[in-house]
Design a protein around this ligand. Structure first.
Ligand code: C2O
Length: 537
């Protein structure tokens, strides 16, 4: 009798424990992002806080339409098309492309297909115009997380369909801006977008970066063209090749309740390497630094008012396919979490009907009719082999220079980065079970107010690295470029992850129990973090 009683209470206790563990684990909750209520829109007008105070009127509220339908591949048949590199298309194609944007720009602003509304779609979902379905205290945001690649693929898909219908040509396709190409002419502003006065031109760009200026994939890159090219190649290598997991490349979970502006270390959103790195870098490079938010391309609110935006994102979209199917080591996996698959978005189709789409249906470009040609110059960054500039562990030198140890949150409280922070961080020993995993540095709970552009670089084994340290060597692990925002939701809390196993191997310090990590910050906004952690994951 006694025995049964004890067994029963043990069972009860176990059930309770399991229930607790279940509700405490954030990944166990089914809370995919749903479509917002478009009737509840907040004006995103605000005043810039740097430079000459300017009130920026950002009413990104979207037109309300009567019908809403759900996307299906049957309803939306597409002609197969290949998006070409912008610098390779011929004059007749440029003429058609220009005509397409003329037609789109000629539509009245309140037409969901107009260029005005197309640009506002981006503003609306990046600037707090709408609230999350199911949690109206949190604004909806499609950047800084696993939503990024899928949302932007859909955005281009509908934008392209509208252009096709305006032209009456279902074979029309967007071009991609091949800025990662460091050999065959892709890494300048494509000439088709640089002709003053055409529908593909935008006045609000950096006047210093018109052709033949070479694209800098990382803000702050300096040096002559060959130095820039090597840094560009290493940024591509770090952002795409070594970012092997879905979490590293796409970014991390964003569910109903995830709040960009107000998060704990455990729940903070996590942008992917492609987004934080070269994608944001090209936004910054293109926009005009004399304007308070580096408009148009340098801030999400206005970025897609520049027609080059859609070509920029076609390349990001191409690189997603390249990451997934085209790298040595076999096919890579997108996220497989149900909250990723089931996240939903709204877009307008070519008849101005509101369409509900989900992430799952975006994961295979071929089903959407889209493909990209293979690009020979990809090999330069796929095979980029950064060489170490140091020899042996720098921990002893760092200790001698008084570099502190920093651990995982909450050990060290809040740490201000200033212009640079060098730290000694514990590195886990490799084991047989870690061999299939990535060795990852997490910058935990980074906080910054996005009043102006901030760029953070991370290095291993370089205790004296500073903002001008070159980023072409194996010690450079990556960058987080923080795009400014005028929204009242401009406070950002995020975790930032970098794969560092490849770097440690190349430097020859993969078996050291401690590693020197140096973070350098350019920009004037103060940045704080909650901790540094190295793990196999
Ligand atoms: Cu929605 Cu390139 O950003």
């Amino acid at each position: 009798m006694m025995g049964t009683y004890t067994a029963r209470s043990l069972l009860c206790l176990l059930t309770l424990l399991l229930l607790c563990a279940y509700s405490a684990a954030p990944s166990a909750s089914a809370a995919p992002i749903g479509v917002p209520n478009l009737q509840q829109c907040e004006l995103a007008s605000d005043t810039s806080v740097t430079g000459t105070p300017t009130t920026l009127q950002f009413n990104c509220c979207l037109p309300i339409t009567q019908n809403v339908i759900s996307f299906s591949f049957n309803k939306y048949k597409t002609q197969k098309r290949v998006r070409q590199a912008a610098h390779t298309v011929r004059e007749d194609y440029i003429a058609t492309y220009t005509r397409a944007y003329e037609l789109m720009k000629a539509l009245p602003d309140d037409d969901p297909r107009s260029f005005y509304t197309q640009a506002n779609i981006h503003c609306a979902f990046c600037n707090g115009a709408y609230r999350q379905a199911g949690n109206s205290s949190v604004p909806l945001q499609v950047h800084f997380s696993w939503l990024f690649l899928s949302w932007h693929r859909w955005y281009l898909y509908w934008h392209e369909r509208i252009l096709q219908s305006l032209l009456g040509d279902p074979s029309f396709s967007l071009v991609f801006w091949n800025w990662d190409d460091q050999r065959d002419g892709g890494n300048v502003m494509p000439a088709m977008f640089a002709r003053n006065g055409t529908a593909l031109y935008d006045e609000k760009r950096n006047p210093a970066n018109m052709p033949p200026a070479i694209v800098k994939l990382r803000p702050g890159t300096t040096g002559n063209n060959s130095v820039i090219i090597n840094q560009n190649l290493n940024d591509m290598y770090q952002n795409v090749v070594t970012a092997s997991s879905a979490e590293l490349f796409h970014g991390g979970a964003y569910r109903t309740g995830t709040d960009l502006s107000n998060s704990t270390v455990i729940l903070a959103p996590l942008g992917g390497s492609i987004e934080n790195g070269v994608h944001n870098g090209v936004h910054f490079w293109t926009g005009n630094p004399a304007l308070p938010l580096i408009q148009d391309m340098g801030t999400f609110t206005t970025a897609s008012r520049d027609p080059i935006f859609y070509a920029h994102h076609s390349n990001v979209d191409r690189l997603w396919d390249k990451w997934k199917y085209g790298l040595p080591g076999g096919q890579r996996s997108d996220h497989t979490d149900a909250d990723f698959f089931n996240a939903e978005f709204y877009f307008y189709d070519e008849t101005a009907t509101l369409v509900k789409v989900n992430v799952r249906d975006s994961l295979d470009n071929s089903k959407l009719g889209i493909s990209y040609p293979s690009v020979a110059a990809d090999e330069l960054w796929v095979d980029y082999s950064p060489v170490a500039s140091t020899n042996g562990s720098a921990v002893a030198a760092a200790l001698a220079a008084g570099v502190p140890s920093v651990g995982a949150s909450p050990q060290n409280g809040t740490i201000a980065l200033g212009a640079r922070l060098a730290a000694i961080v514990k590195a886990p020993a490799a084991s047989s079970s870690s061999s299939s995993k990535a060795e990852v540095l997490t910058i935990q709970g980074l906080q910054v107010t996005r009043d102006s552009f901030v760029s953070l670089n991370a290095f291993v084994n370089l205790p004296f690295a500073n903002v001008s340290t070159a980023t072409s060597s194996a010690e450079y692990v990556g960058t987080f470029n923080i795009v400014p925002s005028a929204s009242k939701y401009r406070k950002l809390t995020a975790n930032v992850k970098f794969e560092i196993g490849d770097n440690l191997q190349r430097v020859g310090i993969q078996n050291e129990p401690e590693v020197v990590i140096t973070l350098t910050v350019s920009g004037t906004q103060p940045v704080t973090i909650q901790g540094l952690l190295i793990e196999f994951e």
